[in-house]
Design a protein around this ligand. Structure first.
Ligand SMILES: [Zn+2]
Length: 321
């Protein structure tokens, strides 16, 4: 019988886990709340406990598995198997994740940052699964990315490859969490979109439900609401979406002109806007892409949704076969 893979997608609110077979089919998946209390000291023990229990409950032993992969927030040192700077997990010091999980579960373990891992998921089983050159951009609370070239995930000399969210699209623009200004993340993340909407509402003089809602200040504006109103003909909301898609399309054209991948795949919560996001982004991508890139690189929506993380994480365990 073929052995299984274990994927872990660690997030600030929930930790998703799954058992997969070697073909990348999810056999079982579940999630637990991420307990970030006490400096995040419960996170890894809780993962070990939960996986042990699921192995036992399914009548298996660790011998039935090849290994474990994990995607995590923060800065990953793949050589040492450690994570640092994961502030949303309350981890204030460098965490020896690989050592702890290998000791706790007795299986080989590898990890990478969450955006890279989601890219591996879409590359293996999702929107990029027939191609060897794929770029993935995830639009969520932040903007992340991953680059797969010739079938290999790129890390760069200091792990910074694929940081698409920090491409400058607006010189001297909004201050980013990374310390510089005008990053794609400041305008195309869920919070960035709301910030752009707030600013554009101040200058907008026409009739708009979005402007009314922002001016009233009663309802919480979300990126989802901006796209919903745009779909329903709101003029300001459409201007906001157009502005955001311009920045995104511009950033993607730079990636396209550099790498000429078969696809650039857009995922993350914001991508649920579907064609309302995809069509104008593709238009601005094509306006700014070099002709041979424009004619060959496709902009697509991700396919795996929330499962991209656990699937990509599990794919890392294939190296232990
Ligand atoms: Zn930045």
């Amino acid at each position: 019988m073929s052995k299984g893979l274990i994927g872990i997608d660690l997030g600030g609110t929930t930790t998703k886990m799954a058992f997969l077979n070697e073909d990348g089919e999810v056999l079982e998946k579940w999630r637990i709340l991420t307990d970030i209390s006490d400096n995040g000291s419960h996170i890894v023990p809780n993962i070990i406990k939960s996986i042990s229990k699921h192995i036992e409950d399914s009548g298996k032993t660790t011998d039935d598995f090849i290994g474990i992969g994990m995607g995590t927030p923060g800065a990953v040192n793949r050589e040492n198997g450690t994570v640092s700077e994961a502030f949303n997990l309350n981890w204030k010091t460098t965490q020896p994740i690989r050592k702890d999980i290998q000791a706790g579960l007795g299986l080989p373990f590898d990890l990478d940052n969450d955006a890279n891992v989601a890219s591996l998921g879409e590359y293996w089983k999702g929107a990029g699964s027939t191609e060897d050159d794929v770029v993935f951009v995830t639009l969520g609370t932040g903007v992340g990315g991953g680059v797969i070239a010739n079938g290999k995930l790129l890390h760069g000399v200091n792990g910074g490859a694929g940081e698409i969210g920090h491409i400058t699209v607006q010189p001297n623009g909004y201050l980013c969490t990374c310390g510089k200004r005008g990053c794609l993340e400041t305008v195309a993340s869920a919070t960035g979109i709301v910030r752009v909407a707030d600013d554009m509402a101040k200058e907008f003089n026409g009739t708009s439900r979005l402007k009314e809602l922002i001016d009233d200040g009663d309802e919480k504006i979300t990126s989802k609401l901006v796209f919903y109103l745009a779909d329903n003909g709101d003029i300001l909301a459409n201007q906001v979406v157009d502005r955001i898609c311009f920045y995104l399309g511009l950033a993607l054209s730079m990636i396209g002109n550099t790498l000429n991948p078969a696809s650039i795949i857009i995922g993350g919560g914001v991508s649920n806007a579907g064609n309302t996001l995809l069509q104008p982004t593709t238009k601005y991508f094509q306006q700014n892409a070099f002709p041979s890139v424009r004619d060959s690189t496709k902009i697509k929506l991700a396919k795996l949704g929330n499962d991209a993380g656990v699937i990509g994480a599990a794919s890392m365990a294939l190296q232990f076969r």
